[in-house]
Ligand binder design. Structure first.
Ligand SMILES: [Fe+2]
Ligand SMILES: [Fe+2]
Length: 355
């Protein structure tokens, strides 16, 4: 441990340095001038500072104030050596953050005992600080790992679903980007928009439980088949719900609510307005818009302007008006996302989308 000793009297300096050397594991750094000490402290952090109170140029109190102004030296104990027994000096020194006093002429065993105590305190404080920093770093590492695991799990689930889902990977990608765009345009905050983008790809995960003859049927579904098909919302929710991973909980909410309509005519619960979770209202816009503008083997893709007209026509019916306005306010970005993530028809599941 380094102990800085500042005293204009060379004899005192010599005596104090000798006392310090006799402590275990302590090295004195001696300075005759407080100004030199200020300079030295700019680049060094001692473990303890011993200051003479009466010095020319800058007295002990002033030097103490300098030290306490430096946040870096916050936890370094400072001991004032004073011949002056006046109480007001001691009070001022304490006010300025002095840790302890020694009175001249010094008594060697007393000096040693006080320095040992303060160094022990300093040592345990440093240990605590290191421990706290270590723990904080560890918590951060584990949290990031959990987050990554959540995302990994989501990607794997989505990949598994792709083998059965007639919707292509490009659709998944675009609707996730549209969802993020709407969330941002509606002022939901960047963190939510990011989470939404990661969770949205699982909106149709429940389709893995729908029989092939319905899921892959090329034509229109009969009312009975439609009833079965619509179960994908509740099934998706059941697959994802109650997870300790927040991303999966959001995905569960989306799976359940992405076919609800703003006027209450959607499924599975016929929720209306703000009873539909925000995530579901946003994903509904992204999902339908992309289904309309996607090419499918059985249908041409709608032109962007045609799809836009359809969306506007269903404003307040299918879609949350404020969110749809947010979506349309970023029309250039919508077009960019559409063109930059062009369709590559999946060989795995070339069939229809049933919304
Ligand atoms: Fe769906
Ligand atoms: Fe979809």
């Amino acid at each position: 441990m380094n102990i800085l000793i500042v005293d204009d009297d060379r004899t005192n300096l010599f005596i104090m340095a000798a006392i310090v050397r006799r402590l275990d594991d302590a090295e004195p750094v001696t300075m005759e001038s407080p100004l030199d000490a200020v300079e030295w402290l700019r680049g060094n952090e001692p473990d303890l500072i011993l200051l003479d109170q009466m010095m020319p140029d800058m007295d002990g109190i002033e030097l103490l104030r300098h030290i306490r102004d430096d946040a870096r030296l916050d936890t370094v104990p400072v001991v004032m050596i004073t011949a002056n027994t006046a109480v007001d000096i001691r009070v001022r020194a304490l006010d300025e953050g002095c840790s302890d006093f020694l009175t001249k002429p010094v008594v060697v065993p007393e000096v040693q005992a006080r320095l040992r105590n303060l160094l022990a305190l300093r040592h345990s404080r440093a240990l605590l600080r290191d421990r706290a920093a270590l723990l904080a770093a560890e918590v951060e590492r584990v949290t990031a790992a959990l987050q990554r695991q959540g995302e990994e799990l989501v990607n794997r689930l989505s990949r598994a679903a792709e083998y059965r889902d007639p919707e292509t990977g490009a659709h998944i990608e675009r609707m996730a980007l549209y969802s993020k765009l709407v969330a941002e345009a509606a002022g939901c905050g960047g963190a939510f928009a990011q989470e939404l983008m990661k969770a949205a790809p699982m909106h149709d995960i429940g389709k893995i439980a729908i029989p092939d003859m319905i899921l892959l049927k090329p034509g229109r579904l009969s009312p009975e088949e439609m009833t079965v098909m619509r179960q994908h919302a509740a099934i998706g929710h059941r697959i994802l719900a109650d997870s300790p991973i927040p991303l999966l909980r959001l995905a569960a909410e989306i799976a359940l609510s992405h076919h609800e309509k703003f006027d209450g005519s959607g499924y599975p619960n016929g929720l209306a307005g703000s009873d539909i979770p925000l995530s579901g209202r946003i994903v509904a816009i992204a999902d339908v818009f992309d289904a309309l503008t996607s090419t499918r083997p059985y249908k041409r893709s709608w032109k962007l302007e045609e799809a836009r007209a359809y969306m506007v026509e269903h404003r307040g019916r299918h879609f949350d008006p404020a969110l749809l306005d947010a979506f349309l306010s970023r029309w250039e970005d919508v077009c960019r996302i559409h063109h930059e993530n062009a369709e590559e028809l999946s060989e795995l599941a070339p069939e229809a989308v049933h919304h």
